[in-house]
Design a protein around this ligand. Sequence first.
Ligand SMILES: NC(=O)c1ccc[n+]([C@@H]2O[C@H](COP(=O)([O-])OP(=O)(O)OC[C@H]3O[C@@H](n4cnc5c(N)ncnc54)[C@H](O)[C@@H]3O)[C@@H](O)[C@H]2O)c1
Length: 418
Amino acid sequence: MKEKKIAVLGLGYVGLPLAVGLSSSYKIIGFDISLNRISQLIKGIDETLEIEKDRLKKCLKNNLRLTNNFEEISECNIFIATVPTPITKKKNPDFGPLKSVCNTISKILKKGDIVVFESTVYPGATEEICAPELEKNKLSLKSGVDFFLGYSPERVNPGDKVHTIDKIDKVVAGQNKKVEKILKDIYSKLTKGNIFIAKNIKVAEASKVIENAQRDINIAFINEVAKICNKLNISVFDVLKASSTKWNFLSFQPGLVGGHCIGVDPYYLSHKSKSLGIDPKVILSGRKTNDEMPTYLAKIINKITKTRSKILFLGITFKEDVPDLRNSKSFDLIKSLKNCKHKVYLHDPFVKDKKHKIIDFDSIKKYQFDGIVIAVPHKFYINKINKIKNFLKPDGFIFDIKGRLNLNSKDKINYWSL
Ligand SMILES: NC(=O)c1ccc[n+]([C@@H]2O[C@H](COP(=O)([O-])OP(=O)(O)OC[C@H]3O[C@@H](n4cnc5c(N)ncnc54)[C@H](O)[C@@H]3O)[C@@H](O)[C@H]2O)c1
């Protein structure tokens, strides 16, 4: 392979930062099936808030080109796919987007090309699901013979401005040594961190999906501890503070677990596990515990507040300081509160669309609430807490789910947290 011509397919939370990062060293063509996404990005607007306008515009003037026309990537010889890997209603892996991107690549695949996947999957999926799709090409090219596969799990953590993809260690794997070396070269231009070459693609796939399943299980344990502490009338946060003084205590916080990764990836692992005849008891029990948290919280809020209360619900994205609404557990909690006949008013500084009926922050002061639920403690709320306190009726309650507020005892506010 003389010149590396790289296409990044799927320009979301993962693909856009990758395309932008690689464009400092290579000519990159970013491809996405969404014309809306491409049009916005060409204007410098990244709705995921991962890349600032100036930086994106600068890249577009230099090495980065964006398109929704797959023919424009036909000259490329390295394809990096970063498309979603969601689950179905029955919580099974949904390989639709991955198969569809393979189908696109198969139309333009040439001898010697490398196809790399960054999407999170279960171990084996790249070779078992993607390779056969790619082999449906006109030239009858075979995986591992005529074209080659690679895998590099993505660790980007949206909203986290510390562990950015230009600093973190990256795992890569290839179908052979030559591919490994090419991927190591490419990714070492992206990050100052180490490039770890995994034994093979399956190992690299497994490494990613277990990272997220482990996180899910750890949070589930703390959520269970939080419920126990609640019955004991002690604060889980006080307990965690004390336990954290031990050198090998793992630091996790209780809360709602949603989003496209932690609440989804364990189902990929458990699916594979079941197909291998292993009952994934621990993995699924963690999932169940975390998925039940909205119902648990709704019951508590319902018990504490009056019937038909007026509730201000702050934060509907899946986590702090990101605009991502996918699989947000706030929605489950809101639904449960509405089912209990409470009147729920929603606010989130990151959500602008009309669909979610977000109220304007400045208009909130005209209401007085029986309860304020801080479901997602965006910095916006932490910085405005003195204002927010005034939206509460004198006998109202603040439900600070993640225990992030530092209220003054002088405030004399009725307060509950996990
Ligand atoms: N978001 C994260 O924090 C994160 C972190 C690590 C890994 N991952 C994994 O990375 C993958 C991508 O996640 P994401 O959050 O970037 O998703 P995303 O939804 O933000 O972006 C995916 C993009 O792919 C596009 N797309 C869908 N099908 C396509 C196709 N057939 N061809 C071309 N483009 C297509 C969509 O239009 C979208 O713009 C997933 O497997 C996810 O599990 C995500």
